[in-house]
Design a protein. Structure first.
Lengths: 243, 244
């Protein structure tokens, strides 16, 4: 009887409880687990990602060059990055490798490794930035992709350049990025023929994009007006992923 | 306690505004909306940022944020559908909420200065008043009057505004190290910008811990930020016992 709670005390307790749950609840609400498994949330995130593609295309400059570094800053033991071990990396034989061209390209004659090496070569020392957060400075040599596309009569007014790879990977670039002077068809790493684990016979080196937009073991290059799929963009990452 | 504090010159803030004297806190609607949108954007940015950090920590220490506190979905649910553990999801949240954070921050700061809320309530402030109020707070002798801000609060509010600017700048430096190479270079390099981005987050989280703790101690400040107004019975000196 003496300890009976008055309505006022009860009301105060309720208020305190409510207040506590509100501030904690607000914090717990978003980092919670289920919100990102929700389908409408996923649709919303995809729409935001497409908006970010547009925004990044506007921010991209065709002439602005990625910062370049000194020889002594080059990392030689470059990180191997793939979803399989280096022993399982595609083993392409220079003797019978042929780069296939398709889509909006006038001269679709396949290219041998030797023919690619015979073209005028350039090199760059740039920072490779991974979507995961790590970055490394490397030296890549090869042919500016824009030079190659013009040489084979590609329609450079088209929207995209796509790549298919020996490991089933697929990637694509918007045309302005494909024509950027530092976008290379990279045949060497650190002045050596590109090792198998880094993408022999060549990788597409794009210092204005995140690492996953730099496909290795490329077997086909095609030009198209329809936005091609990108391996990791199909798994929720941003398609443009520019740096 | 308030009397002692008052006589020792440790009153809350030097603000002589009428509201403070009446121990009333008022927040116009625009301030409340921008405050809560900022809170929402911050929670998304921090939660998703923790998941992104876990993937490849910027600091060379053995530390991971708990996955359940981070934003990006439970790996057990995310992995079967997308083939990855929730980094893509966290990045999508991060690069979505950044637009809300920046747009809302610009409006919030513009309103803060235009209405003279920042100048009137967060100024003047200096190291001497900060040390004085900080010492008083540690000794439990800092009184709190609704609607007025002591020197510690003033420094904290300017600090979190600065940290937000630092987070946007370091974030842009990481997001666009080529297009905004000059911004990245201003931090030293890409890797240093990542560390700055982490430390700035830590500073903001530190602010939030104090901010939320004080709100729990003086719940009427929360009421004011929701309803627009809260008042407390005043004593003779315009202070109240809240938070003392």
């Amino acid at each position: 009887m003496a300890l009976e709670r008055t309505p006022l005390v009860k009301s105060l307790e309720r208020r305190r409880l409510f207040r506590g749950s509100l501030s904690l609840g607000a914090l717990a609400l978003l980092p919670g687990c289920d919100i990102s498994s929700n389908e409408s949330v996923e649709r919303f995130l995809r729409a935001l990602s497409r908006w970010n593609d547009e925004a990044q295309a506007v921010l991209f400059s065709r002439t602005r060059l990625a910062p370049v570094y000194r020889e002594d800053q080059v990392v030689h033991d470059f990180r191997y990055n793939a979803f399989f071990s280096p022993d399982d990396a595609p083993k392409l034989d220079a003797a019978d490798y042929k780069l296939q061209l398709s889509g909006l390209i006038a001269d679709k004659k396949p290219w041998t490794v030797d023919a690619l090496h015979a073209l005028p070569q350039q090199s760059q020392i740039t920072r490779h930035v991974c979507v995961e957060g790590w970055s490394m400075i490397g030296k890549w040599g090869g042919i500016p992709l824009g030079d190659f596309l013009r040489r084979v009569g590609a329609d450079t007014s088209a929207g995209y350049v796509g790549f298919e790879c020996a490991d089933g990977y697929y990637e694509a670039l918007d045309m302005p990025t494909a024509l950027h002077p530092q976008t290379f068809l990279a045949l060497t790493f650190a002045d050596q023929t590109l090792p198998r684990k880094y993408g022999f016979p060549f990788k597409i080196r794009v210092p204005t994009k995140l690492g996953f937009k730099n496909p290795k073991w490329v077997t086909t290059i095609y030009v198209t007006n329809r936005q091609p799929n990108s391996f990791w963009a199909d798994r929720g990452y941003n398609w443009f992923s520019g740096s | 306690m308030n009397d002692i504090a008052y006589e020792a010159g440790i009153t809350t803030g030097a603000s002589s505004s009428a509201a403070a004297a009446r121990n009333v806190q008022r927040h116009p609607l625009a301030r409340r909306i921008t405050h809560w949108l900022n809170a929402l954007a911050m929670i998304i940015m921090i939660g998703s940022g923790w998941r992104i950090y876990n993937w490849y920590p910027a600091l060379p220490i053995d530390f991971q944020f708990p996955v359940w506190l981070s934003l990006g979905g439970q790996p057990a649910f995310v992995k079967p559908s997308s083939g990855e553990d929730g980094l893509a999801n966290a990045l999508a949240w991060h690069f979505g909420a950044m637009w809300l954070l920046v747009a809302n921050f610009l409006v919030m700061v513009a309103i803060g200065f235009a209405t003279r809320h920042y100048q009137r309530d967060f100024l003047p402030v200096g190291p001497r008043s900060f040390v004085r109020d900080f010492t008083a707070a540690l000794r439990g002798k800092l009184s709190h009057a609704l609607g007025s801000y002591n020197a510690v609060q003033r420094v904290f509010y300017w600090g979190v505004l600065f940290l937000t600017v630092l987070m946007v700048a370091s974030g842009l430096a990481i997001w666009k190290p080529v297009q905004f190479w000059w911004l990245t270079a201003s931090f030293g390099n890409y890797e240093i910008a990542r560390v700055v981005h982490f430390l700035g987050m830590a500073g903001i989280v530190g602010f939030l811990v104090v901010h939320v703790a004080l709100t729990i101690l003086v719940p009427k400040t929360f009421v004011a930020m929701v309803t627009g107004e809260a008042s407390a019975p005043t004593d003779a000196h315009g202070g109240s016992r809240h938070g003392a």
